[in-house]
Every structure is written in C-alpha cells, then in structure tokens.
Unconditional design. Sequence first.
Lengths: 504, 329
Amino acid sequence: MSEYVLEMKDVYKAFPGVVALNHVQLQLKPGTVHALMGENGAGKSTLMKCMFGIYTMDEGQIYIDGEKVEIHNPSEALEKGIAMVHQELQPIPARTIGENIYLGRYPLKKILGLFTVVDHNKMYEDAKRVLEEVRMDFDPRKKLGDLSVSQMQSVEIAKAVSANCRVLILDEPTSSLTQNEVEALFRIVDDLKKKGVAIVYISHKMDEILRISDEVTIMRDGQYIGTWDAKDLTTDFIITKMVGRELTNLYPPKENVPGEVVFEVEDFTSINPKSFRNISFNVRKGEILGVAGLVGAQRTELMEGIFGIRSITKGQLRYKGKPITVKQPKDAIDNGIAMLTEDRRGTGILGVLSVADNISIASLNQYVDHGIVLNTKKIEDLVKENQEKMSIKTPSSKTPIQSLSGGNQQKVLIGRWLANNPDVLILDEPTRGIDVGAKYEIYCIIADLAKQGKSIIMISSEMGELIGMSDRIMVMCDGRVTGFIDGKDATQENIMELATRFEA
Amino acid sequence: MTKVWNYFKANPIVIMLVIVSLIVGFTTNNFFSWANLGNLISNTAVRFIIALGVSGCLITKGTDLSAGRQVGLAACLAGILVQRADYSGRLYAHLPEMNMFVALIIVVIIGALLGAFNGAIISRLKVPPFITTLGTQTIVYGACLVLTDAQPIGGFQKNYTQLVTGRIGSVSGFHLPYLLFVALAMGLYFYFLYNKTRHGKYMYAIGGNEIAAEVSGVNTKKSIMLIYITAGIMYAFAGWLLAAKSGGASSSMGQGYELEAIAGCTIGGVSTTGGIGTVPGVLIGVLVFELLKIVLQFLGVNPYYNYIVQGVVIIVAVALDIRKNIKKK
C-alpha cells in the first residue's frame, strides 16, 4: 500500500502553441486537504481536468493506491472514486435535486420482472441521506433551479459523496459564496476529511488556504514548484513562489506621453449584485491603463458593462468631459470606443468568414459607394494596409480567419477596431493563447497606439505583461477596485496584495 | 478545369446526379429534349425563388418552415384577385377585376408583413426560428383555408397565365420560358445583395458568430427583420408565379415547398451551422433536386418511391457536408 491515495507523476500536456503542464506531479494523502495554488494560467485546472479524464495527458502516469491506472473520461474517473465540483457548476436546473445527484446512474427496479424502470422512491430516499451527510436538509424532489448557488454546490458535493468518492476536487468553490456559506462549506470539508477523503482545493484566497489545508502544492507557468506543509507557510512565501519568476519576456520601449483625461467611468455598478460595483476610474490620452485581478474579479464584466454588452443599475461614462449613454455596443462604437473581447473564438472572430470580412465588419459604412454598393477595392486596401502595418500572415484576404494562428487572428481583430479610428481601446487579455513571438508584436502595436495618443485599457492576467506595459495599473478584487499602482512602482507582490484584498 | 474538378470533389452528390442524368439521358427517349429542358427550367425557377428567400434564414442559423404555406397563401390570394369578372365560379364576386400587377403588389405587401411578423418574433422575443415559423406555417395555412373556403380557384385572366407560362421560341422546338429570365434576375439581385451590400455582410457575420457581430456594432435585430421580410416577399412573388404557372390555385398549394427549398439550399452548400452559402450554390442545389425528380420520373420509378429517394438524398447531402467540417477540426 502506498501512503498516497492518488499520485500523478510526470504529467505533460501541450495545447497548440502552449505547454500547459510541463512534467508536473501531485501526491494526495487520504484524509487531508491539499491546496493547489498558482496564478491564472499556471495549469491548475488543466491538471485537474487530466485527473478527471476531461483532458488526456500527453505523457505521465496516475497511480491510485500505488497501482497504475488509466483515466480516459469522467465516468472512468468517477468509477475510480474521483469526483470534481467544477468552477462553473454544470447541473440541470430544470430537474429535481435527486435526479441531479443520480444523473447517469439512477437506481433501477423491475416491474413485473420485465420492464426496467427508474426506482424513484429509492433514488429520493438515497438522495435525502446523502444530502444529510453534507448537512443539507431539503426535499430532494425540489427542482434544483430553485436553490441558491451555494446550495447547488452542496448538491454537487452530495453527488460526489454519493459516488463514495475518495478524491474530491473543489475548483474555486468559494468564488461565488458569501462568508456564511463559506463556513458551511468548510464544515462539509471537515466531515469529508474525517471520512478519509482526500480533497484537492483550488483557490486564490490565502486566508482560506492557510486555514483549511494540510498541504500546499504550488504551480507556476505549467511547472511544478513544490509541495509544503501548510503549517510552515506564510502568505508572503506563497505569493513569492507563485509569481517569483524571472521575466523573460521583453517589452517594447515606451515612448507614449499620457496627456489630459479622455474617458471617465463613475460609480459603475452591475445589475448583478455579485458583479462589479461602484467602480470609478479614468484614462488619459496616450495612456496605457492596466487592469489586474484574479479570476472572478469581474474585470471582463466591468468592461462589457462599459461597452454595452451587460446591463448596469447606475453609473456614468464621460468622453472628453461630456456624458455619454451606452445601451448597446453600437453606441460605444459611435462614441469612439472599441473593445477587443477576451474570448476570441466566442465573441471575436467570425470563424468561417474571410479575413477581409472580419476586418471590415465594424466599419462597412466607410466603403459604400452610391449609398449602397460596397467597394471591394477599398476593403482590399484596408486588408493590405493592416497586413503591412501589423505584418499579418495570411495566404490571402479570402482565407477563412479560423485557419489563421491565434496571433494573426488577434491582429485582424485589432485591425477591425482601428478601422473605426477609435480614441479609447479596451483590450481584454490581448495576448491570451498567443505564442511568445507574436506576443511581442502585439505589445509593439499597443505601445505604438498609445504613442499615437490613443487611450488604452488593458485587462491582463499576466503580471509581467501588466508591469511591463502599463503606465498605471488598476487592481480589482471581487467586483471592486482595491487600488491603483503607478506602473513604475508596480511589483508582482503589491499587485497580488491588492488583488487578494477580499471583503471580510 | 481544376476548379471544376475541385467543385465536384467537394460536392459528390452533384457529380453523382450529373452522371445518373447522363446515363438516363442516353438510355431513355426524350430526356434531352427542349420540352424536358423547358419543364425543368420552369419547375426550378419557382423553387429557386423560394429557396433564395429561405437561404438568408439558413445562413443566419435560422430556418423558415412557413415558406411553403406562404407561397400557397400568395397563390390563392393572387388567384382570387385576378379572376375574370365573367368567370362563373368567382369566389368574391363583388370584387372588381384587378390588374395582375396590382395583385402582385398586394400579395407582396402581405408577404412582407408575414416576414416582418416572423422576424419580429425571432429577433425581439427570441423565440427559436424553428418554433416561430412552425407556428406561422399553421397560422398561414388556416388563413388560406378561411380565405378560399377550401375551394379551388380558377378562371384567371388570360394575360396573367400567358405572361408567366410564356416562352421565347416554339413549343415543339427550341424554347426558353420567361420564367428563366425572372429567376435569373432574382438570382442576380440576391447575388448583389449578398456580396455587395452591408446587409449581406451583416447577414454572413450574424451566421458566423452572432455575438461577435453584435459586439462589432451590427444591429442584429434589424438585419434579422430584413432577412425574414425579404424572404416573405420572395414567397409571395413565387406564389403569384405559381398560380399563373398552374392556371389555378388551391389551399394545398405550396405544401412541403419549405422542405424542398431547405433541402435545395443544403445540397447547394448552405451550411446548417451558419455563415456559409452562396447564390450559385442555392441554384445548383435546387437544380439538382429538380433534376433528381425528373430522372426518377424518366426511370419510371413509382412516384411513391420518389419521396423516399429524395429524403435519402437530403440526409446524405447534409451528412457529407458536415463530414467536411468535422475533418477540418
């Protein structure tokens, strides 16, 4: 018998252009809480998805009780006693709690010894029992959708318990919970620990980690950094290990000179009380304002609110001192604002359409002759101009954008916005999923735009990028702005300190 | 030449049909005849116009199940309006005899209104197009039954039927139906609309990625409205043509045409996943489908089997289309 209930060794996983996990290991002892920590993109979720069979490892082994096993899909993981509560829960709100718990493995019975049917009575009795195990006392026949987010999470945990799991993965379980709900969750975790379950706990919240975990494994850039006993650790030590890399990326020299205030946001508050609230900031002409924060800091939501994609309850935008109203993206565009969205595939590219169509879609009004006919030559000129300016590599202007590399897609999308000659550019994770060489080119484009006097708001989860590019950094935590740091004074530590300043 | 070869490689269904037609043509009499060609053209023309209407809905990931019934309603309405004053079986005897072009304008306005109804429900209320147009289909059919009292309509003005069934050349020898030119004009108009206007670009953008289009400042609601209105107008026009072509109209007219139009579009390369589709493609798709029907007829296949063959062809065409995309991933 091994002392570990589960061991992952030498795990290697690459996605096109990125090594997500570079020979990582993880060892879980039964009856312990094992915290897995690292910056956004460090590879924590990827590692868990490999364990749970959502991703297939390129290399590496998994051992359970010292025995080598293969896990190809989540149902195999469940059979082997591994359960996962996802960062974004994936329940079926329209069905009952009991049905959600026993989804895919309903208890069966035979009617007249002939027809196999679902044994609803047994299912609901069993469900009631496992709910009690996680200190939940409600009717399993209720619809799941009627529960709060934290109750749904408890149901997910009950589901894991009902599968007699030996390893439970909790991926950012407290990101949408109130303090009381967090306490309730911790009690459940304690109970499970006593039963000998090994719990993998992924969170950014230092105080939680130090409070409930027994061991901490830290990852950085897809690398395994080390595993420590939680009682020996301090917040400072963890932060240093999480961010303490040498910056190998180079950033272009900054020649922009921030001028007068161009764009102001006042008291911006989402209609969703858990999202951004009371946000005020401004951007100057020719300034790069970095926006830092952890997953769940609501940075993207804030920018989407500003751009008219999300609704707000209160708040005012000012452009050169004049109040402007933005109800839909078109209003923002008409007021000289552009937004490069975070999810390039989901909300950016028009995948099957050509490079020319993609680059011209936001500015078609400029290429119209006689009030109706699109001038193909003007569009071709636009493509050519951008191709030269940003060295976009594409076989032709007719190539579908989805066959270009991430970096070139991103350049096309930047070109799409520049065609409208905006004054304010919101760039949400402009270099996500782009290889290092292309990143530098994107940085040069951003630096050049600032030099031309454009105001840039850049969300990024890469510390190095924020520090290397920004004139000022706004740090958000849990829907609030927790501080501004001058670009010259910014360090990974002081950003991380503001980014983890959760409301007690 | 390589272009032609690549086209066939990408569209095996088309090449299969061309080969089958050639075999049928050389083994049966009268397949390669002016009469058969004229027949094929007239049948294709009306269905091509309907398919053009549906194509916009499909390209934006929508659909329009009300197309066929809208054609039927337009045919009946046009028929009622152009009945001769001296015709004994007039349905609405108190109506004055109406010029056929005035009738066309009236049916087109009604078609546009029906399209606007579909478009408004889909874009504003966000009811899925499949459900919306399923509802409209039934409503329109009901309206048509009320309007016609389920009676067949005949006794059209001579010039109306002559205009639509007219042709260049003689019946026995070389001839081309007027409908060919009508269909070509519509095809050119749609080609222009899809490739040379903002509306066309917005349509493809919505089909490619609706959220991205909206983020890029496209007024997606307006575009979708326009697409369904345009579609409604096309169905009305096709209905007006169909009544004249058939020399009569009835409430059952146009039944199932929406499915043929969707099938034609799909065979012609309009992607069910949105954002892809061309006017020449739609033409080829509809032509192939009509050709298939004629081939089956010449082969002497029991007409009841036609539906089975057509159904199989639709599924095979879409399966092949989707396989192309699976391979790319």
